[in-house]
Design a protein around this ligand. Structure first.
Ligand code: UGA
Length: 446
């Protein structure tokens, strides 16, 4: 196909899809976002995001108003099938219920549905979802079987590396673009789609299906490993003494290592890193490589031990007697600048303290509403002051700016007892201790 790409459909308007759709419109394409959930479609069409992402509501409103962006429900893909030049699959691949592999139901349904619906002479289906290696090859066959006679439909894989909180920036200005295709013609189509980034000399990695799929999971597995690596050293400094931040700074100065993703604390969570390392292990085991990714088990275990450590510190500070004690938990999203509480260390810690009998007051600048859907029995309050009022213990679990700026004076006269667990290791311990606080920090000897 040498004709120029004009119309782009995006299947699935969750986090990834909504961002991708808005950014494709920003790049000048006509875009239709398709989702099965009519409520989500109505909200997006009005420019109201069902999740928190800086800059995205404005971009969506801009292009809904410009007429370049529409959101529709269309279970059969009948509207986009005769219209789109390129169709991006952005549906979720959650962890299987009761298993560790990725649930491919939504991706398979989207690929099959599109293949049946496409009536344009030539169209390209592009997978962006995070998938087990081998998926693109399998879907390629599926699409060839299901497509209509007389039309040319092919498949490409183009993994996404955006971070929540920086989704628009990461999509419009990616640090690399990876495309797995089986023909130069398909690669050329994607070059058109990403012409603007290519004009800025963004690295373009053109490869096969398997490499493209693996790049994504390898990147997330590496990031998870880096975090668990520093958290393993946390266990050492917690025992022997030493300063985990200085250690991270010092090794991070080596550009081969780099300082990013070496922040020790309560560990990683979210909808990607934890599920992706489990899905990768599951996939390589299926391939007969049982031992190959076994270290990721350890990465997972180190990570989960961090949550237990935060809880153990809370118990220690309260002399093992937490029943009925008011504990303020600050931050329950899996990271700042997000309202996402999926597999969130902070929410996990809050829920377990509650289950152990504590009177837990939770405050998060953005996450309370989502957390309340998961754990309705926690006491969600809408300010830091309300959370810490008469608390016997304060636990900082997500490093929002509002919490990183906290000083002992801010809490003076508000709490019932000066006890603090800084589970993200972001506050200056000496200042708090000087002000009379019993101050525990993950990564620091207590
Ligand atoms: C991650 C990757 O960073 C993205 O590149 C990828 O596209 C995305 O998953 C995905 O697969 O869709 P995200 O889940 O938004 O992005 O969050 P991260 O910024 O990677 O943080 C993950 C978790 O690690 C958070 O809970 C964060 O608090 C924790 N973390 C991060 C640490 O505990 N220490 C660090 O030094 C860095």
């Amino acid at each position: 196909m040498n004709a120029s790409v004009e119309n782009i459909s995006v299947i699935g308007t969750g986090y990834l899809g909504a961002t991708h759709a808005a950014c494709m419109a920003e790049l000048g394409f006509n875009v239709i976002g398709v989702d099965v959930d009519p409520e989500k479609i109505a909200a997006l069409s009005a420019g109201d995001l069902p999740f928190h992402e800086p800059g995205l509501p404005e971009l969506i409103r801009k292009h809904v108003d410009s007429g370049r962006l529409r959101f529709i429900t269309d279970a059969e893909y009948s509207t986009v099938g005769g219209w789109g030049d390129v169709h991006f699959i952005c549906v979720g691949t959650p962890q299987q219920k009761g298993g560790t592999g990725a649930d491919m139901t939504y991706v398979d349904a989207a690929a099959t549905g599109l293949a049946k619906a496409i009536t344009k002479d030539r169209a390209l289906i592009v997978g962006k979802s995070t998938v087990p290696v081998g998926t693109a090859a399998r879907l390629s066959e599926l699409v060839a079987q299901e497509k209509n006679d007389g039309v040319e439909v092919s498949l490409a894989w183009n993994p996404e590396f955006l971070r929540e909180g920086f989704a628009v920036e990461d999509t419009l200005r990616p640090d690399r673009l990876v495309v797995g295709t089986r023909s130069e013609a398909d690669e050329a189509i994607l070059r058109q789609v990403y012409a603007e980034a290519l004009g800025r000399e963004t690295p373009w990695v053109a490869t096969d299906f398997e490499t493209a799929e693996l790049v994504k999971v390898a990147a997330n597995a590496f990031l998870a490993t880096k975090i668990s690596f520093i958290n393993a050293f946390s266990e050492v400094t917690e025992t022997v003494g030493g300063d985990i931040r200085t250690l991270a700074d010092a090794i991070g100065h080596d550009t081969r290592i780099g300082r990013k993703f070496l922040n020790a604390g309560v560990g990683f969570g979210g909808g990607c890193l934890p599920k992706d390392i489990r899905a990768l292990q599951t996939r390589v085991s299926e391939l007969g490589l049982d031992h190959t990714m076994r270290f990721l088990d350890e990465v997972d275990q180190i990570n989960l031990r961090r949550r237990k450590k935060a809880i153990a510190r809370a118990f220690e500070l309260l002399d093992q007697d937490i029943v009925g004690k008011k504990i303020a938990v600050l931050g329950i999203t899996f990271k700042p600048l997000s309202d996402d509480v999926r597999d969130s260390p902070g929410l996990d810690v809050a829920a377990r303290l509650f289950n152990a009998g504590a009177d837990v007051a939770v405050y998060d600048p953005e996450g309370n509403h989502n957390a309340a859907k998961r754990y309705p029995r926690l006491n969600y309050v809408d300010s830091l002051d309300a959370a810490v009022a008469d608390a016997e213990l304060v636990v900082l679990t997500t490093e929002w700016d509002e919490f990183k700026k906290l000083t002992p004076a801010d809490l003076d006269g508000k709490v019932a007892a000066k006890r603090f667990v800084d589970a993200r290791h972001v506050l200056p311990a000496a200042d708090w201790e000087t002000a009379g606080w019993t101050f525990a920090q993950l990564g620091r000897k207590f």
